[in-house]
Write a protein that binds this ligand. Structure first.
Ligand SMILES: [Zn+2]
Length: 479
């Protein structure tokens, strides 16, 4: 909420911030079975008894965080933002650097545990480090789950992720204030390492849980300082030997709804505060290694050079052209250069391409076109080129029945049609959608700016999002 410091105001008072007049007791803690149900889906590399993490000996336990500033009642929506605002914020850029398993991440996770404790929810950390806060019996099945993530991209904004987590707690407070009666278990979740800022792969927490990333693959992930994911997890107090697919956990969930700030301007253009996601575009990351020959920048004649920077630069321009032709997006946003000296012709330019399109055919066309162009430029300059696909997520069509149910719930009092929109951004909801019915709510972003300190959502829109989420949870989980 850094923008609120400029006088625009943060998410503010609403029904969301009123404490429940009738706080409910903490859910009964039942250790969940750790074994995969007979005949359940087997995860690759996960067919042996799993080491039990420290948190799994009693995986559902009352939250034990120290009392939040608002001890005695749950923090209001505004108070939650206030408490989160300084965590991991860089004073120079004004952006957030909440990378997985760092101190800033630990602070955010402690905040989540405190919020769970303040509401009497049963708190647990799953084998992959995702945090859960339960109302009702976690083992009863058909749970309704909501939440998002608290980590950030480098110098990210305040809303991408945290808006969904804060809104989850606030929506629960709204429902309690309404005196809602829950017929199903409700869980609030903070998925770990969603942005992939540190280890280069997005949605690690949900991918592991869903079995889309094996423990062996995760163990090989390394950050820019050469620290492996297991070492980083261990340093933050999580057992890396415990990670892996968690079909038992997924089998508890009947529906997952993630609220997220929109990362685009569709709602601003349509004049709506809140929308429903239709699909997530297929997207991926590709690494382009251009290898030439290091040499002296002052003494090497132009005709004698094998300069990989030239092919790289031409490829960046080709990416823009191909994306425009296909109505897609393509971005080289990260680059590393060797030897990286001002007076040296590079020996290696390594650029990472992020590309997304509405459908698979368009994405194939764009990436194929960029690679063909890159190879032609490399050949012209005597450069060797390797292209490696580092990650890929196919198109995600959210569950149509759940999407229609959300539209019915949100439109029933107003007869308004709730806008349904696609997005080019990946989310934990997209990962989970292949396993459980999943839906997303978007809150208007007036500038469309995201992954930047300038990311913003207006107070009224955030509050509208909380109430929309509360309505959805009530419709799905309450009698
Ligand atoms: Zn996000």
């Amino acid at each position: 909420m850094i923008q609120s410091e400029g006088g625009r105001g943060g998410p503010g008072p609403a029904g969301a911030e009123r404490p429940s007049p009738h706080p409910r007791p903490a859910a009964t803690a039942h250790p969940s079975p750790r074994l995969r149900p007979a005949g359940g889906p087997a995860a690759p590399g996960n067919d042996r008894p799993q080491p039990v993490p420290a948190s799994a000996a009693d995986p559902v336990r009352p939250a034990a965080g120290h009392a939040p500033p608002s001890a005695g009642r749950p923090a209001s929506f505004q108070e939650m933002w206030r408490d989160l605002r300084p965590l991991g914020r860089n004073a120079d850029s004004g952006g957030y650097r909440r990378y997985a398993w760092t101190g800033a991440d630990t602070d955010c996770r402690a905040w989540f545990e405190e919020q769970a404790a303040a509401r009497g929810l049963a708190y647990e950390v799953d084998r992959n480090g995702n945090q859960w806060a339960w109302l009702g019996d976690p083992t009863a099945g058909d749970a309704v789950v909501t939440g998002s993530h608290l980590d950030s991209v480098p110098d990210g904004g305040a809303f991408d992720g945290p808006l969904g987590v804060v809104s989850s707690f606030a929506a629960l407070d709204v429902l309690r204030a309404r005196g809602a009666t829950f017929a199903k278990p409700l869980a609030l979740v903070n998925f770990g390492d969603e942005e992939g800022a540190r280890f280069g792969l997005a949605c690690v927490g949900s991918r592991l849980t869903a079995g889309q990333l094996t423990a062996e693959q995760a163990h090989r992930l390394t950050d820019g300082d050469g620290i492996t994911l297991p070492r980083a997890m261990e340093a933050a107090g999580h057992d890396p030997d415990a990670i892996g697919a968690d079909p038992e956990r997924l089998s508890r969930i009947g529906a997952f709804v993630e609220l997220h700030v929109e990362q685009g301007r569709a709602l601003d253009l349509s004049g709506d505060r809140v929308g429903i996601a239709s699909a997530i575009w297929p997207h991926g990351r590709w690494r382009f290694d251009f290898r030439g020959e290091a040499n002296h920048a002052g003494t090497t004649r132009l005709v004698d050079r094998r300069d990989p920077m030239l092919s790289y630069a031409e490829t960046v321009l080709a990416a823009r052209r191909e994306a425009e032709l296909a109505g897609a997006v393509a971005t080289f946003g990260k680059i590393s250069v060797e030897p990286n000296g001002v007076n040296a012709i590079p020996s290696l330019v390594r650029g990472w391409l992020d590309s997304r399109a509405e459908d698979q055919a368009a994405l194939d066309t764009v990436v194929g076109g960029i690679e063909r162009a890159a190879r032609a430029y490399a050949t012209a300059h005597g450069i060797d080129l390797d292209v490696v696909r580092e990650s890929f997520t196919p198109v995600v069509e959210f569950d149509h029945a759940l999407r229609d149910e959300l539209a019915r719930i949100l439109g029933k009092d107003t007869d308004l049609t709730v806008p349904v929109l696609g997005t080019g951004a990946g989310h934990d909801a997209g990962i989970l959608s292949g396993h459980i019915p999943t839906a997303m709510l978007f809150v208007r972003n007036p500038t469309g700016v995201s992954h930047s300190p300038a990311e913003f959502a207006a107070e009224d829109d955030c509050v509208a999002g909380v109430h929309a989420l509360a309505d959805v949870l009530e419709g799905l989980a309450c009698t």
